[in-house]
Design a protein around this ligand. Structure first.
Ligand SMILES: *[C@@H]1O[C@H](CO)[C@@H](O)[C@H](O)[C@H]1NC(C)=O
Ligand SMILES: *[C@@H]1O[C@H](CO)[C@@H](O)[C@H](O)[C@H]1NC(C)=O
Ligand SMILES: *[C@@H]1O[C@H](CO)[C@@H](O)[C@H](O)[C@H]1NC(C)=O
Ligand SMILES: *[C@@H]1O[C@H](CO)[C@@H](O)[C@H](O)[C@H]1NC(C)=O
Ligand SMILES: *[C@@H]1O[C@H](CO)[C@@H](O)[C@H](O)[C@H]1NC(C)=O
Ligand SMILES: *[C@@H]1O[C@H](CO)[C@@H](O)[C@H](O)[C@H]1NC(C)=O
Ligand SMILES: *[C@@H]1O[C@H](CO)[C@@H](O)[C@H](O)[C@H]1NC(C)=O
Ligand SMILES: *[C@@H]1O[C@H](CO)[C@@H](O)[C@H](O)[C@H]1NC(C)=O
Ligand SMILES: *[C@@H]1O[C@H](CO)[C@@H](O)[C@H](O)[C@H]1NC(C)=O
Ligand SMILES: [Ca+2]
Length: 472
C-alpha cells in the first residue's frame, strides 16, 4: 500500500471516528461550499439556464431579498446556496418562467416545492428561507411565468402563454427542472419530494396532484383557491352584499367586530363546551340575528332589517339565477377579520382583476355585470385550465405511486369559504368510493382548524408560523 493511500485511510478513519462521536468539523467546509456554490452553473438549451451568479449565504448571514411578490430579511437561516434559473415552459414558443432553488449546506436529502400566492409574479423567497432552507430541504419556487411589475398593460390580457404558466405549467416545469438541478448540485438524487402551498399555492398543489401525480410523494395544501371560476365571482358577490359604503346595506367594521361578533360568540361559542372565543364547528350554530335587530323600542347599536338581510346572505351559500349553486358562504366566528377582507369598503382587487383580464378581456368590466351568464362564461373558458377540481386523484394516491395529501383550512378564513375545502374533499371521497378506488382516509385528510384565518395562524412569530402554514 502506498504511503499516500495509507495516510488517506488514516485521515478517513479519524474522520469516521470523529463523525461517529460527533466532533468532526470539516476544514473550511463552508468556504469550500461557498466556492462550489459561486461556481455553480446550469445550462441545458431549451430546458433551463442559470441567469445570475449563484449566491452563497453562510449561516447567520443577512438574507435580504425583495421581488414583486415576496420578500425576506433575516439573519436566522442556516448556510445555503441561492440559484436563480430561467426555465423554458413551452419549447414551441420559447416561453420562459423564473425559478429559484435554495440549496442548504446541510441537506436533508429531500425536495420541497413552495406554492405561490394570488396572481404571483415572483418566487416565494420568504418561504424558501423560513420553510425550506430552515428545515434542511432543497427548496424550489417559481415566479409563475411573469414579472408582476408591469405598470402598463395587465400581464394576462390576451396572453394565453402567461396565463397557462400561472395556472399550472410554470410550477410543474420548475419542479421537474428543479429536481435535475438539485441532483447535479449535490451529485445525489432527491430522496423524497414534497409540496406545500396555501390559497393559490393550494390550487397549484391540487393541480399537481391531479395533472402530474408523479411529481411529489407528499403534498400539503391549505385553503385552496382551486375553483377559480367560482371563488372569484363569489368574492365580488360578497363585496356587493354590503357595498358601496354609502348604501343602506353597509355594515361598518366596528359593528362586525363588536355587535355582531359578540352576539355570535354569545350564541355559538359555548356549543363546543368551551367559551374561548373560538367556534370549533361554526356550522353547528343556528345563528339568530333578532337580538341585534333594531325594533321600535330599540334603534341604537343594532342592525336594520336591510343590514340583517345582507349579514345573513354573507353567511349563506351563493345561489345564482335558476337555483345555481356558486359557492359556500363565510362561516360564523371570523367577524374580527371579515371587515378587513370581502365585507370591507372596497371591491376585491384580485377578483376584479381576474374577471377583467383573465376572463372578459375588458378593463371597464364592472361588478354590476356579474350574473349567472358571466360565471358560466368563465366556466366554459376555464382560462389556462386553472380550475383544480378533478375528484379523481387515484393516480397520485393509489399504487404504484402511493402519494399522500394533507389539506388544512381555517374555519375563520376571511377570503375563501372553508366550505370550499369541504366541498372538494367530499367530492374526492364520494368519487373514489363510487368508483371503488379505495378509502381515502389513508391517503387524503382534511384538517379544519378552528379560529384560523386564511393561511395564517395569528399571533405566532413569523418564522414559527411559517412552519405550520405558509403565507398566502
Ligand atoms: C426558440 O429559441 C431557439 C434558440 O434561441 C431558436 O432557435 C428558435 O427559433 C426559437 N423558437 C421560437 C418559436 O421562437
Ligand atoms: C437518501 O436516502 C438514502 C437511503 O435511505 C440515504 O443513504 C442517503 O443518505 C439519503 N440522502 C441524503 C442526502 O440524506
Ligand atoms: C422584474 O421586475 C423587476 C422590477 O422592475 C426587475 O428588477 C427585474 O429584473 C425583472 N425580472 C425579470 C426576470 O424580468
Ligand atoms: C380573453 O382572452 C383569453 C386569453 O387570450 C382567452 O382565452 C379568452 O377566451 C378571452 N375571453 C373572451 C370572453 O373572449
Ligand atoms: C354613493 O357615493 C357615490 C360616489 O361616491 C355616489 O355616486 C352615489 O350616488 C352615492 N349613493 C348613495 C345612495 O348615496
Ligand atoms: C339595544 O340593543 C342593543 C343590541 O342588542 C343593546 O346593546 C342595547 O343595550 C339595547 N338598548 C336598550 C335601551 O335596550
Ligand atoms: C327589541 O330589541 C331589544 C334588544 O335590542 C329586545 O330586548 C326586545 O325584546 C326587542 N323587542 C321586540 C318587540 O322585539
Ligand atoms: C334559466 O333556465 C331557463 C331554462 O333553461 C333559461 O331559459 C334561462 O335563460 C335561464 N336563466 C338564466 C338567468 O340563465
Ligand atoms: C381515474 O384516474 C385513473 C388514472 O388517471 C384512470 O385510469 C381512471 O380511469 C379514472 N377513473 C375514472 C372512474 O374516471
Ligand atoms: Ca368555543
Amino acid at each position: 500500500m502506498h504511503r499516500a493511500t495509507q495516510r488517506l485511510l488514516l485521515i478517513l478513519f479519524h474522520v469516521y471516528v470523529q463523525v461517529a462521536v460527533g466532533t468532526y468539523i470539516a476544514p473550511r467546509a463552508s468556504d469550500t461550499a461557498a466556492d462550489a456554490c459561486r461556481a455553480f452553473r446550469y445550462t441545458k438549451p431549451g430546458v433551463a439556464s442559470t441567469t445570475a451568479p449563484s449566491q452563497y449565504f453562510h449561516a447567520g448571514d443577512r438574507v435580504n431579498i425583495v421581488n414583486p411578490s415576496s420578500s425576506i430579511d433575516s439573519t436566522n437561516l442556516p448556510a445555503f446556496c441561492r440559484v436563480q434559473l430561467t426555465v423554458v415552459t413551452n419549447p414551441a414558443t420559447n416561453k420562459t418562467a423564473g425559478a429559484e432553488l435554495w440549496l442548504p449546506l446541510n441537506w436533508n436529502g429531500r425536495f420541497l416545492a413552495i406554492g405561490n400566492s394570488g396572481h404571483s409574479g415572483g418566487a416565494v423567497v420568504e418561504d424558501l428561507g423560513f420553510v425550506a432552507v430552515a428545515q434542511g430541504f432543497a427548496g424550489v419556487s417559481t415566479d409563475t411565468g411573469h414579472n408582476d411589475t408591469s405598470g402598463g398593460t395587465p400581464w394576462p390580457l390576451h396572453n394565453d402563454e402567461a396565463i397557462i404558466d400561472w395556472s399550472w405549467r410554470a410550477m410543474h416545469v420548475s419542479v421537474v427542472v428543479g429536481k435535475m438541478v438539485v441532483t447535479t448540485y449535490y451529485q445525489q438524487a432527491v430522496n423524497k419530494s414534497y409540496y406545500i402551498g396555501c390559497s393559490t399555492g393550494g390550487r397549484q398543489g391540487l393541480k399537481e396532484v391531479q395533472m402530474f401525480p408523479g411529481d411529489f410523494d407528499g403534498v400539503v395544501i391549505g385553503s385552496p383557491a382551486n375553483w377559480m371560476t367560482h371563488v372569484q365571482p363569489w368574492s365580488l358577490h360578497v363585496n356587493s352584499l354590503v357595498q358601496p359604503v354609502n348604501s343602506t346595506r353597509w355594515i361598518p367594521a366596528a359593528t362586525w367586530q363588536n355587535l355582531i361578533h359578540n352576539e355570535v360568540l354569545r350564541q355559538c361559542d359555548g356549543l363546543d363546551g368551551v367559551e374561548d372565543g373560538i367556534l370549533n364547528d361554526p356550522t353547528r350554530c343556528n345563528f339568530d340575528p333578532s337580538p341585534i335587530t333594531c325594533n321600535s323600542t330599540n334603534s341604537t347599536n343594532c342592525l336594520t332589517s336591510t343590514q340583517v338581510h345582507a349579514l345573513m346572505q354573507v353567511y349563506s351559500d351563493y345561489i345564482e339565477a335558476n337555483n345555481t349553486f356558486i359557492f359556500n358562504g363565510l362561516y360564523l366566528g371570523g367577524e374580527l377579520d371579515y371587515p378587513n377582507a370581502l365585507v370591507g369598503d372596497h371591491v376585491s382587487d384580485l377578483a376584479l382583476y381576474y374577471e377583467r383580464y383573465f376572463v372578459m378581456n375588458d378593463s371597464s368590466w364592472h361588478v354590476s355585470q356579474l350574473n349567472l351568464a358571466a360565471i358560466q362564461l368563465g366556466d366554459r373558458l376555464d382560462v389556462g385550465h386553472a380550475n383544480a377540481i378533478d375528484p379523481n386523484i387515484s393516480a397520485f394516491t393509489n399504487a404504484p405511486h402511493n402519494g399522500k395529501l394533507i389539506h388544512y383550512v381555517g374555519l375563520a378564513d376571511q377570503l375563501i369559504s372553508p366550505g370550499n375545502s369541504k366541498l372538494y374533499y367530499n367530492s374526492v371521497k364520494s368519487f373514489m368510493q363510487a368508483n371503488a378506488l379505495g378509502d381515502i382516509d389513508n391517503v387524503y385528510r382534511l384538517f379544519p382548524v378552528p379560529g384560523m384565518k386564511h393561511c395564517k395562524v395569528p399571533s405566532i412569530p413569523l418564522d414559527k408560523r411559517l412552519r405550520l402554514a405558509n403565507i398566502t
